[in-house]
Write a protein that binds this ligand. Structure first.
Ligand SMILES: [Mn+2]
Length: 383
């Protein structure tokens, strides 16, 4: 990441500095700018080409050791005379002390800056300019180091997928259910198996999708109850590395037993659409163009979309991937131009409430003349 881009933005908007106040566990921009992970909010100020962190005194030594900031100071250093203040008033007092010392009157903040603090600072005479999307755009271009982190977490996701696939393959088909190890195989069991594999590779996951039957027609339903035979089984794994904080994202749709004709045709159309999108992705093309090509392919193949009914191709073709699982750029109706270094998922899908869903998802890195697929899992339907 080139933080000079942020410095240029500050100069261009004639601001004295850029300030973020959040907990970096939740705020990917703050983590990106500081490399300092904390559960509690801390202050980041970029001014005069330097980064300052203001953290609770107990965190100072850790921030000096792990953050990329030029300077780390303690919150207490700025609040020697304000012991009686509590809550937001104490935070405003901290901001005012910092801003005074650094001679800052006009400051940029992000869209998530707490409005209660913004109101208090504005009434104290400070000018706040919300800047949205700048850090997100920086984040969308990955360095070689970030790509390394993302490949590592992708491999962990693939290992977890392989463990679920092995159990599906070893299960016995009884009627329209699967039996594994003397028990009916459920979505819950598959999700737990995937989760255990991920944690063994130092990854976490907010959720895992292992849905089957008509449940799979709802793209974000994680699934519950018995896994259905002769029906679509959607596995969608989006782990986050505990160490690097980067994400991976992949989906496969498989089937045990006899494939109904309409599902087999949906799988073929989705696979074709996915390949078509991957072929198109290169620097200079817009996410919208890729998305429209996929939508057209489905229409031409006879798979129609009705958003109100939740049937057909009902989501975007893909999204950026990084510190957040959904980030810039998007392969959607309004998706902007793709650039070298972007990492995007390519995940067309078809969903029909009475049949089920099919989704195939890879992640690709945009290179100087095309893209490189970082997903190494085969696309098999009947297993
Ligand atoms: Mn995805």
């Amino acid at each position: 990441m080139n933080i000079r881009t942020l410095d240029r933005k500050i100069t261009e908007l004639q601001l004295d500095g850029y300030l973020l106040y959040a907990a970096s566990f939740q705020d990917a921009n703050l983590y990106y700018l500081t490399d300092f992970l904390a559960e509690d909010p801390f202050l980041f100020l970029r001014a005069g080409g330097q980064s300052l962190l203001v953290v609770p005194s107990m965190e100072r030594a850790r921030a000096i050791r792990s953050s990329t900031a030029d300077r780390v100071r303690s919150r207490e250093e700025f609040q020697r005379d304000s012991h009686e203040l509590e809550g937001d008033r104490a935070t405003v007092d901290l901001f005012v002390s910092v801003l005074k010392e650094y001679h800052i009157k006009h400051l940029g903040v992000d869209a998530a800056f707490p409005i209660i603090l913004a109101d208090a600072l504005r009434s104290d005479g400070y000018e706040l300019h919300p800047i949205s999307g700048s850090i997100e755009r920086l984040r969308s271009i990955k360095t070689a180091r970030e790509l390394g982190y993302m490949t590592t977490v992708q491999r962990a996701g693939e290992k977890a997928f392989a463990s679920a696939l092995a159990i599906l393959r070893r299960s016995e088909i009884i009627g329209d259910t699967l039996r594994y190890d003397g028990q009916v195989l459920t979505s819950e069991r598959l999700k737990a198996i995937i989760g255990c594999s991920l944690i063994n590779d130092a990854c976490t996951s907010k959720d895992v999708i292992a849905s089957s039957g008509c449940d799979s027609a709802l793209p974000h339903l994680t699934g519950s109850g018995p896994i259905k035979a002769h029906s679509a089984i959607v596995l969608d794994i989006f782990p986050q590395s505990i160490e690097s904080r980067y994400h991976a994202d992949m989906s496969r749709t498989v089937l045990r037993g006899e494939a109904p004709r309409e599902l087999a045709e949906m799988f073929t159309a989705v696979q074709e659409a996915q390949e078509l999108a991957v072929q198109k992705i290169r620097p200079g093309i817009s996410g919208a163009e890729v998305h429209l090509a996929v939508a057209d392919h489905f229409e031409e193949s006879g798979f129609h979309t009705d958003l109100e009914k939740g049937s057909g191709f009902i989501h975007a073709t893909g999204h950026g991937l990084g510190l957040e699982v959904h980030e810039l750029p998007f392969l959607s109706k309004r998706g902007g131009v793709l650039t070298k270094g972007n990492v995007v998922t390519v995940e067309p899908g078809l969903y029909y409430p009475s049949i089920g869903g099919v989704r195939i998802e890879d992640a690709v890195v945009i290179t100087h003349n095309g893209n490189r697929n970082i997903t190494q899992v085969k696309k098999e339907f009947v297993i």
